[in-house]
Design a protein around this ligand. Sequence first.
Ligand code: BGC
Length: 915
Amino acid sequence: MTTITQLKCEYRPNPLGIDITTPRFSWQMQSERRGARQTAYRILAASEPNRLHEGSADLWDSGKIESDQSLHIPYAGQKLKSRQRVYWQVTVWDETAQASASDRAWFELGLLQRSDWQGEWIGAALTGGPHTTIPAPYLRKSFQLDNDIKTARLYVTALGLYACSINGQPVGEDVFTPGWTDYRQRVQYQVYDVTPLLRQGENVIGAVLGDGWAVGYVAWHSRQQYVDRPRLLAQMEITLTDGRTFVVATDRTWKHQFGPLLENDLLMGEAYDARLELPGWDAPGFDDRRWLGVELFADPGMLLVATNGPTVRRIHEMKPIGEPVDKSDVQKKRYIFDLGQNMVGRVRFKGSAPAGTTATLRFAEVLNPDGTLYTANLRTARATDYYTFKGEGQETWEPKFTFHGFRYVELLGYPGPVTRDTITGIVLHSEMTPTGHFECSEPLLNQLQSNIVWGQKGNFVDIPTDCPQRDERLGWTGDIQVFARTAAFNFDVAAFLTRWMQDVADAQTEEGSIPPVVPGVDTSFMNDGGPAWSDAAVICPWTLYLCYGDRRILENNYGLMSKFMQFIVEESPGYIRCAPEYEGWPGFGDWLSINANTPRDLIGTAFLAYDANLMAQIAAVLGKKDDANKYQSLFAEVKKAFATRYLKGSPLPIAAAPPSEVRQRMDRADAISRGNLKAVDYGPVTSEVFNTDLFTPTQTAYVLALHFDLLPEALRPLAVAELVADIERRGMHLSTGFVGAPYLPHVLSDNGRLDIAYALLNQTTWPSWLYPVTQGATTIWERWDGWTEENGFQDPGMNSFNHYAYGSIGAWLYSTVAGIEIDPAQPGYKHIILRPQPGGGLTHAGGKLKTLYGELVSQWELGNDTFEWTVVVPPNTTATVYLPAQKEGKMMMNGQDITGSVHKLEAGKYHLIIR
Ligand code: BGC
């Protein structure tokens, strides 16, 4: 039996309010049958659900298409207009010529033209200042409906954040809407089906406006980076059962008042005085005569765009793992709760106290040795919430417009009693389907995997951020560049990162450079991220293409990528990028490496070569033959330049001193990256590969040269040996930073040193992936030495305990330990490469991955003299399995003898054994 499920439109089931007018359809075939695959499909699209039949589908009938394509098929029917809802359905023919029809699905367009918007931007009369906040304005509008409601939509956005309610009921489940974009260029709106919230008679729509990114503090900058105060733009379109239509839009007839939400800021926290609540303010029958009129604002003129990706939601709840610890002193009651997990979100607080009592909630990722909160690493983020009781029995409160990164919560000034139930952790992140699961016989590695997943949850909060706790939380391009591949194993991040690529396009400068953080904030901040950061512009779309088979992400970003390539080529005389004499920003180097200094120009040149190589492949995918040739020769040129400059026997170039302003910034970055790390001398380094007159070779230098294919064939074994020697000289430790670490294990396992890759993976002394795990870490640390027995905490100026960059080891766990790899020739797991490489003392390991085709499984177990491997190949895909190299063993597949270690498999479940 074949069934067709998982109907998605632009990666989401039934998206409400998109503005992609040729959205793409995907579906999954479910079947237990060996070799199940699609041979043809037919899509019907109609304006009414009951018209989804041959002959009556009024919008599109694709006809029967002989094809096995089941992902990303673009709508190609009647031109669509604003607000249009499209129902669709697909019929799939399988390899037995059996036809199966899916259930129906739909998508609905938002407002495509600016002229569709009738509302005006409104807000309160009060503004704060660069360091002064205002209470959150409460806005309301009452209106009458004299018949039953057929349908109603709310189109809404804000500068700042909004939380809407209708007749006392919250609208939707989104948090931190409208999300973060560069508001100078675009702001997203959301669309809600509010039909069930309305009724005949008086109705009230309410909105509370928060500061968020547009108005509040952003990173280390002051407030008001984009706009001086929060503003709302909303439009409710209602159709009554009698066919009449009404629009209730933001205009001068709305009213506002200030209420209990005295202060709100994403970084600083929230202050709420329940005595100032306005009971019934967003419901009919409320007396708003003493409310004030609203201020109208001119249209700021940025683009209003639909939300084509996920929004932030409350994902789950966490309970403290034990009773709170009493740390009260003579002055104050003080309790510390441990949620057992470094998480991102906020807490719901429950208690009762006399009116006017204020309880303070503070947050920290780790504790000081004396059991108090360690908050020094939050820098200027106050991360503190205040709740003032109204004194009416049991009161429950959860902030609206803030989030913190924490495992520990301190409750201060609450008279009690307190129990585990006093607080509940609310985990917030962008809604993403969990797709991956990795597990093995080593509990420390399983904890590492869990830490990676939690690092991803906490830093996929509307945009991909570096960290969730201190006064930063920015879209650092380098961090997501190194983590994207791992991210795509753990969760479906396609729509999330596709949306962020739009922000990258917005942030690109006239010259073509890509800033270090996206969305852009303060324009006086740097506009070039430098090597490995700005290159996210090429690497992220390519990664999405590989993981999801999405060609459009390449098409849509090809202009951006080409312009970026032109910029870096122009800035790289003789194809050396960021040479010492370069006057621009040469980048952050191998950020947070340990006692190893890889020249910035070597990193720059290596990434220029890598980009050229990827661009050649991208151009080929898009059928741009000339471009593919052009980038292929660029790759060859850069490779030549790399060899001439960095490899042994090269003439020593004369390096001029860089300009002093850039020099100063480089020195500052270097000092931050070393922190309080004491330099260790590993003795003189000799090399037959690199020119040691120019620089001291580092692990990262070898890793980039090998991984990006920059060495003559003959030098590769030597480079591998020297890399291994460096690792051994350091007592089997890595020295790589953000740039080298992600590739290091791949380079070792791809070049015959799986043993060393596993030795590094299993290393438990620092620097290593497992050291933090042995110290009880529940997320990935920013630094290898965030805390060590020898030196205690690293410099609090840069010491996050929740940074995903070093979590990039996750891709190696899935691809090499579990053995799940992509075939770039048939991306998106259309053809799967399965090649587990057991080692490191593991007795079993495995990965499961919900690909867009269905669930893929690769799980192995080592017995005394057996290797047993369970493989599930999803319908409509094929796989090539590589049995791990063994001496003449007896091999069996599903009970049948087999020979040879490479086999092509069709969809189905397989059990393989080597004895
Ligand atoms: C961030 C990083 C980022 C780096 C650039 C830091 O402040 O937290 O993760 O990539 O700066 O060097």
